[in-house]
Design a protein around this ligand. Sequence first.
Ligand code: FAD
Length: 125
Amino acid sequence: TLPPDCPPDVEQLGRSTWTFLHTMAAYYPEVPSYAQQRSMKTFLSTFSQFYPCDHCAEHLREEMKSKPPRVESRWALGKWLCEMHNIVNESLGKDIFDCNKIDERWKDGPRDGRSKQMKMLSGSG
Ligand code: FAD
């Protein structure tokens, strides 16, 4: 049976997509190869053409013109994405996220907590 909240609206799609993007950035190589850097650039460019919220994608493409993706390291990509997300947050009147906390939020979890995500992605249990 279909879930009651289908199809996804802009908010639901946004939450899911940010989860994917930030998690992908959190697991991007610390020192990516040149080929990996090119692939990530291509991915983000393609993503910004096909993201299925037209005005969101248009806004993203505009921002990417003046702030092209930083793909030279895991930290650079995570910070760039955090800044992109903060631009959207600001335009929607949402809180600005502290970009020093991206690993805690998207990779390691709280210091005293268990890291479900790391377990899931490493396949260790
Ligand atoms: P979200 O903004 O979806 O964030 C999810 C979680 O990410 C938060 O709970 C927080 O823990 C974490 N987070 C928040 N900020 C950051 C950050 N800077 N860095 C790292 N983690 C962070 N909606 C529109 O109405 N208009 C738009 O133009 C628009 N453009 C979008 C462009 C893109 C590329 C995407 C992916 C989404 C866009 N959205 C847009 C959707 C919007 O950004 C939100 O996803 C949606 O409003 C739901 O917001 P939320 O409060 O649940 O949290």
